[in-house]
Design a protein around this ligand. Structure first.
Ligand code: Q9C
Ligand code: ZN
Length: 647
């Protein structure tokens, strides 16, 4: 459905007219650097370009008390009245364009003209308050867009995700008693010693009145937070609440001063991390995500991170995350205290009764802030994008399948002799239908391993599902995959002679009981209800997967998998964050065309349908989950959401 990019070059006009070391980082080059890089990467050309308009007085009035225009002479004097603000004659024009850009973006998404988009704007907005400019922000672009989405489009639930490294206190103040806006912000806090030095930026500020629980603050008390910390915050804090909230729209206060190299943030998350954050948000609200630029002052890091965000909005799979995926102790402390503060307000957090953390030697501590290694930022992703994003290899091409034009139905098959050789050890693969299906699967898998195809779907007769999966695992491991994650649903047993060499991680969802037979062989019951399914994905499957860092993912819906289509779609959409989206889904031949269709579309980058208001996880589901997490946490660090006590 497309991605909008909203911009106007007039927004490069506002700049610093006198010496001010605090304001000088918010420069016009921020926009031009981001836009140039989008062009260079061919990303701008793939977007629907919208030229920003000015917001009207009335629209600004949704949030702000007065919007006076001032004479030049008073600008410096006026600037002095606010914290971290430097006005320029063009500032008001730019700020009205920035707010207008957000409104256009929301209109484009909510009228269905596009699926999602980014507004590239300055000045930023999230520090701005009803009657006060603050922290480079004049009008609160995201807050105005949220108020507009409620007023003009009748929305009832809007999620605002503020991944800028500063606390968007302006948004918090404007909506702190409003339960229709769930505001999440992580921010550099350092126990209150970082700008804007507010007590109400801490985790215990959770909203007021009707809005209790609808403000979620995650203060970072150390610099140097990285990919593992950010992804852990999403999996263990933001996403459980977001699914329970069930937003109709996601607005992102997309500041990139939380990325590596930024002088304000001093964090370590790489640009790819923003692809993952974006992709994780796209499973909400039917994929209606509107991102608006906030901060981001390291031009190189900013430009790369903007590209990662736009690329992901366009549906490209997220590049794999680099670095070890181990959250640091300080991040875990913050996540735990935010979870504890929110638990009274959210069912999804209550059930996971807080256990005493196990006594273990202390985990890693955060390394200090790193400057951006230019080598890391300069090189574009070395692996060329596969020419086919998604291929469907069903035994008989299915004309009833509704597929987007860029999803191909694969005709090819592996050579007969080769297919027979792989099939030989398995009796269930002797039948002609099973062999034919295996031939198509092998052909598809080879295309993926060679880098021609990114993701795919293959089918097999139910009786041959286990054997076909076994062959797929072996073939994957012997033809280039270093680490293979297999998520097997239904009655599929781990191939008995699969080596326990750490190259494969087997996760069976449908096991009779929860069991971790080894760190590479995990089995869990299929939760009955949506709530349990979500906590299984967010609390077990994804943390395991992000810790393991596979380069190939197999998802098999085997006999009796019992998974609803929308649940399967969500699982596939979220697993797509692993292995650069190299995901092969294996279905039973008699699966409905609807299931095959929705999986193909999701693997191709379409948003999964929203799950709707979710039920709570059952006590048994929670028990199974807690048990497995307890068993596996020492090995798979992304499962942790508590700091360890140092023994
Ligand atoms: N060295 C935005 O990122 N100065 N605003 C803080 C600490 C103000 C940041 C000084 C930073 C404002 C949108
Ligand atoms: Zn910021």
């Amino acid at each position: 459905m497309g991605t909008a990019l909203v911009y106007h070059e007039d927004m490069t006009a506002t700049r610093l007219l006198w010496d001010d070391p605090e304001c000088e980082i918010e420069r016009p080059e921020r926009l031009t650097a981001a836009l140039d890089r989008l062009r260079q990467r061919g990303l701008e050309q793939r977007c629907l370009l919208l030229s920003a308009r000015e917001a009207s007085e009335e629209e600004l009035g949704l949030v702000h008390r007065e919007t006076q225009v001032l004479g030049k002479e008073e600008l410096q004097a006026l600037s002095g009245q606010f914290d971290a603000i430097c006005f320029h004659p063009s500032t008001f024009h730019c700020a009205r364009l920035a707010a207008g850009a957000g409104l256009q973006l929301v209109d484009a998404v909510l009228t269905g003209a596009v699926q999602n988009g980014l507004a590239l704007v300055r000045p930023p907005g999230h520090h701005s308050q009803r009657a006060a400019a603050n922290g480079f922000c004049v009008f609160n672009n995201v807050a105005i867009a949220a108020a507009h989405a409620k007023q003009k489009h009748g929305l009832h639930r809007i999620l605002v995700v503020d991944w800028d490294v500063h606390h968007g206190q302006g948004i918090q103040y404007l909506f702190e008693d409003d339960p229709s806006i769930l505001y999440f912000s992580w921010h550099r806090y350092e126990h209150g010693r970082f700008w804007p030095f507010l007590r109400e930026s801490d985790a215990d500020a959770v909203g007021r009145g009707q809005g209790l629980g609808f403000t979620v603050n995650l203060p970072w008390n150390q610099v140097g937070m990285g990919n593992a910390d950010y992804v852990a915050a999403f999996l263990h804090l933001l996403l459980p609440l977001a699914f329970e909230f069930d937003p109709e729209l996601v607005l992102v206060s997309a500041g990139f001063d939380s990325a590596i190299g930024d002088p304000e943030g001093q964090m370590q998350a790489t640009p790819e991390c923003f692809a993952h954050l974006t992709q994780l948000l796209q499973v909400l609200a039917g994929g209606r995500v509107c991102a608006m630029l906030e901060g981001g002052y390291h031009l190189e890091s900013l430009a790369e991170s903007v590209c990662m965000t736009v690329q992901t909005l366009l549906g490209d799979p997220a590049p794999p995350l680099s670095g070890s995926m181990v959250p640091c102790q300080s991040a875990l402390e913050s996540i735990q205290s935010a979870r504890a503060a929110q638990a009274p307000h959210w069912k999804s957090l209550q059930l996971q009764e807080e256990r005493p953390p196990p006594l273990l030697p202390g985990g890693p501590v955060c390394k200090g802030a790193a400057s951006a290694p230019s080598s890391l930022l300069d090189q574009p992703c070395l692996c060329p994008a596969p020419s086919v994003r998604t291929a469907v290899a069903l035994t008989a091409p299915d004309i009833t399948l509704v597929l987007p034009p860029d999803v191909i139905q694969q005709e090819g098959s592996a050579l007969r002799e080769e297919t027979e050789a792989w099939a030989r050890p398995h009796e269930s693969l002797a039948r002609e239908e099973a062999l034919a299906a295996l031939g198509k699967l092998l052909y598809l898998l080879d295309g993926m391993l060679d880098g021609q195809v990114n993701s795919g779907i293959a089918a097999t007769p139910a009786s041959a599902a286990a054997a076909t999966l076994d062959v797929a695992i072996r073939r994957g491991l012997s033809h280039g995959a270093q680490r293979l994650l297999c998520v097997a649903l239904g009655q599929l047993d781990r191939p008995p002679d699969l080596a326990h060499d750490g190259r494969s991680l087997w996760l069976n969802i449908r096991g009779k009981e929860a069991a971790a037979l080894s760190m590479f062989h995990v089995s869990t019951p299929l939760p009955a209800m949506t709530g349990g399914f979500l906590s299984c994905i967010l609390g077990l499957v994804l943390p395991l997967a992000y810790s393991f860092q596979p380069d190939l993912v197999l998802v098999a819906l085997g006999p009796g998998h019992g998974l609803q289509g929308r649940h399967a779609a969500l699982l596939a959409a979220m697993l797509r964050g692993l292995a650069g989206g190299r995901v092969l889904a294996l279905l039973e031949e008699d699966s409905t065309p609807q299931l095959a269709g929705i999986l193909a579309r999701v693997l191709n980058g379409e948003a999964p349908p929203s799950l709707g208001a979710s039920s709570v996880a059952s006590p048994e589901d929670v028990r199974a989950l807690m048990y497995l997490r307890g068993q596996l946490e020492p090995q798979w660090k992304m499962l942790q959401c508590h700091p360890h006590l140092v023994a």
